[in-house]
Design a protein around this ligand. Structure first.
Ligand SMILES: NC(=O)c1ccc[n+]([C@@H]2O[C@H](COP(=O)([O-])OP(=O)(O)OC[C@H]3O[C@@H](n4cnc5c(N)ncnc54)[C@H](O)[C@@H]3O)[C@@H](O)[C@H]2O)c1
Length: 438
């Protein structure tokens, strides 16, 4: 089987390697020169365990990055994996990249190949955007073209592993499309789940991420409610969950990243006004409001910005477990931007994110270690849950008695620091409880 993938970002590149690992030939189109350069060097442009060795193994063998799809190759399917970003203010998704991705197959597409949408889209997009475009391109009817929606549901940091065994949702606009999608994904993963319609496949993807978003919103809401009673929210949740299977309340934290920050908005984008829509939107906005908790804490504990006040921020990638270098949709970056707009000076650190990408944010000096980022700073903001924070020792950072230095440990992950009585720590669970820190 031979497929073409349009867009070799996170989703396209991991899928390409999963396909090559299962004897599928892949031709990939990508516009970004940096991404293509990295692939030529046998590596991905982002951190993903296991991916680089696969790229090095298959590149120029069964994996070909091309400038246009070759006309002498017979393609069974094209898979569209381009981005579907939200407008910054409108929060509505932009599907223009999908239209340009379809145009890019124009030279080789004759209606015989299946076109699979894998990008995350609002319900109805495959039928109303993709299929009419394909029908027009090949001169066939909308019923005759072969189209499907087969969403991506892997977790960043585990994609190489998960692609081999997660159930794959497939759908098609007719029996032949469904059969091609089944054959293709059965080569990659043992379990294929056929959605009843293209729309159901689109909705399943959006439900999976919105469900997580809303689950985390409950943990965040409970945590903030606990503080209203002067109770530490994290402690209350941990004790409520302890050996009690009916409570699985999420530990508070930022709900971020390239998918979770936008999929609820993509879901409600064309949803008629209804109570469900309000409920989904409120959960999303509650999660976003957790960023303001940190900003308010800084204002309260550091006071107004001035040239001699420096903040140390660590954990800039959108999550620490599984670890990722991805800064897209990161609450840490949004928090840093808000603090920057308030005039605070900052130093930044992350265990995995690439230095050049952090420098490109233009938000502050990039440091190589927690100790370095704290040097000269008044507070340390720990913004993701990378496992390395568990071994940050009291000796690595300044103490309260030095100059009133304080720590905001958003996720409660700096476990060693809690043993040191001269380190004052606040968390999302006790940001505003007047207990002198822990
Ligand atoms: N990142 C994830 O974990 C994840 C998981 C599930 C679903 N998704 C969804 O999958 C889609 C892709 O996400 P991503 O994280 O891989 O995005 P991405 O931005 O990392 O990758 C998209 C790539 O497509 C390229 N591109 C855009 N237009 C192109 C064109 N016409 N021809 C060739 N290349 C083109 C871009 O240069 C970019 O590298 C989005 O809809 C996203 O919501 C992402």
């Amino acid at each position: 089987m031979t497929i073409g993938i349009i867009g070799l970002g996170y989703v396209g590149l991991t899928l390409a390697m999963a396909a090559c690992s299962n004897h599928i030939s892949v031709y990939g189109l990508e516009l970004n020169e940096h991404i293509k350069d990295c692939i030529r060097q046998g590596r991905a442009h982002f951190y993903e365990p296991g991916l680089d060795s696969l790229i090095a193994r298959f590149n120029d063998k069964t994996f070909h990055v091309v400038e246009k799809f070759p006309s002498d190759v017979t393609f069974d399917a094209f898979i569209i994996t381009v981005g579907t970003p939200l407008g910054e203010d409108s929060k509505t998704p932009n599907f223009d990249y999908i239209r340009s991705a379809i145009s890019s197959i124009g030279d080789v597409y004759d209606g015989e190949q299946m076109v699979i949408l894998r990008s995350t889209v609002s319900v109805g997009t495959t039928r109303t955007v993709v299929i009419p475009f394909l029908a027009k391109m090949c001169g066939r009817s909308e019923e005759e073209v072969l189209a499907g929606m087969c969403p991506e549901r892997t977790l960043e940091g585990k994609a190489v592993d998960e692609l081999t065994h997660l159930p794959q949702i497939i759908s098609g606009n007719n029996a032949r499309s469904i059969q091609i999608a089944q054959s293709l994904f059965r080569m990659i993963t043992p379990c294929v789940v056929e959605a009843d319609s293209l729309e159901e496949a689109e909705l399943i993807k959006l439900y999976c991420n919105t469900y997580r978003d809303m689950t985390f919103a409950i943990g965040n809401a409970f945590c903030m409610a606990a503080q209203e009673f002067g109770v530490d929210g994290i402690s209350a949740i941990e004790h409520a969950n302890y050996d009690y299977a009916r409570s699985n309340i999420a530990i508070p934290g930022f709900v971020a990243g390239p998918c979770l920050e936008k999929d609820a908005y993509i879901l409600i984008n064309n949803m008629p006004d209804c109570a469900s829509k309000d409920f989904i939107l409120q959960a999303r906005r509650f999660n976003e409001s957790m960023e303001d908790v940190v900003v308010s804490w800084v204002k309260e504990h550091v006071g107004p910005a001035s040239d001699d006040k420096v903040l140390a921020l660590t954990g800039m990638a959108f999550k620490g477990r599984p670890q990722t270098s991805d800064l897209r949709g990161s609450s840490s970056v949004y928090i840093a931007r808000k603090l920057h707009d308030l005039g605070y000076k900052m130093k930044l650190h992350d265990y995995v994110a690439h230095r050049d990408e952090m420098e490109a944010l233009g938000l502050g000096e990039v440091c190589d270690s927690v100790a370095e980022v704290c040097s000269g700073a008044l507070v340390l903001l720990v913004l993701n849950n990378h496992p390395a924070y568990a071994s940050v020792m009291g000796s690595d950072i300044p103490h309260y008695s030095d100059n009133g230095f304080e720590v905001f440990d958003s996720w409660g992950v700096c476990t060693e620091l809690y043993y040191d009585e001269d380190i004052r720590i606040s968390t999302l669970g006790n940001a505003f409880i007047d207990n002198g820190g822990k």
